[in-house]
Design a protein around this ligand. Structure first.
Ligand code: ASP
Length: 302
């Protein structure tokens, strides 16, 4: 008898503080939990009807980029000069194809641009004006920076003058999936850290740090303080741990333990392993997340 791989999915809406608008700027928990649940429902529907893992993670990421609750696309945090600069990446575990963009100021859905980089540029990572120029070439229209800025993020920026921002802001989004053909994919998108220096690039668009997918290992998306995550190449580290035979949950926990122990980093990861099990771990107070359990139901938590 031929067995068809069951689909699997995990989504995060950023590792960070619990419901604490005063310091984190994240806003209340409930909309974040609802947001990841909505994106998961759409991606899950696609996977269950035979859609690819790659299409599912791009769909989930673009829904969350359009949701102003999250620090990605519309609603992203502001740099110290008051603009939005977006980073995103995508990886296809079947082919090891990868695409990423960083410091993009004029694209509504950077994950769609990352996909175009993967499929049409011959490169892996394009940044700033070069990425914008490529967007226009492939028909992705210019989107004014102001339209990415929500009133909530503008007010948070105005209130934060002279205050040291937290290293881990939260609200970044990510999705990992396995489809019915057994293929894996991962996607991550963010506005980066609050009041970051213009030009700063975190882990989210770095393949191996923010995002990794290999059908033989796992699909992983990271979130949290980007600099330590880059130093331990967290996504690839966790994927390799799955490759040594650990479960997705075990590998996620060990990756986060290493992030804390070796780089004093705070953050979280979501993982889908090659056998279709979803796992996650975080060492921050909260991480909005949705995942498919063994019975095929979608669960959500913060
Ligand atoms: N990892 C992202 C960055 O450092 C931020 C986050 O996940 O909250 O850019």
């Amino acid at each position: 008898m031929i067995s068809i791989p069951a689909p699997a999915l995990a989504i995060h809406g950023g590792a960070g503080a619990l419901d604490d608008p005063g310091t984190s700027g994240l806003g209340p928990d409930a909309p974040r939990q609802e947001g990841v649940g909505r994106a998961a429902a759409a991606a899950w529907e696609l996977l269950r009807s035979g859609g690819s893992a790659l299409d599912a993670v791009v769909l989930a990421a673009s829904i969350l980029e359009d949701d102003p609750t999250f620090n990605a696309g519309t609603g992203a945090t502001l740099t110290r000069d008051g603009h939005v600069e977006l980073d995103a990446s995508l990886m296809d575990g079947a082919t090891l194809g990868a695409g990423a963009v960083a410091c993009v100021k004029d694209v509504r859905n950077p994950i769609l641009l990352a996909r175009a980089v993967m499929e049409r540029s011959g490169h892996v990572l394009l940044v700033a004006e070069g990425a914008s120029g490529f967007a226009r070439e492939v028909g992705i229209p210019a989107w004014p920076n102001d339209r990415l800025v929500t009133p909530h993020q503008r007010a948070r920026f105005d209130a934060a003058r002279g205050v040291k921002p937290p290293a881990v802001g939260g609200g970044t989004i990510g999705a990992v999936a396995r489809d019915r053909n057994g293929h894996l994919a991962a996607a991550t998108s963010t506005g980066g850290t609050f009041l970051k220096r213009p030009g700063r690039v975190g882990d989210s668009p770095i393949i191996g740090a923010g995002t990794y997918a290999d059908d033989r290992l796992a699909a992983v998306s990271s979130t949290g303080h980007g600099e330590p995550i880059i130093r331990v190449t967290l996504a690839r580290l966790v994927a390799d741990l799955v490759g040594t035979g650990r479960s997705a949950s075990d590998a996620a926990a060990e990756g986060i333990r290493i992030l804390g122990a070796r780089a004093a980093g705070q953050g979280g990861v979501i993982v889908v392993g090659p056998a279709g099990e979803a796992g996650f771990a975080f060492n921050t107070p909260a991480m909005a997340r949705a995942w498919s359990d063994a019975s095929g139901a979608i669960r959500t938590a913060v």
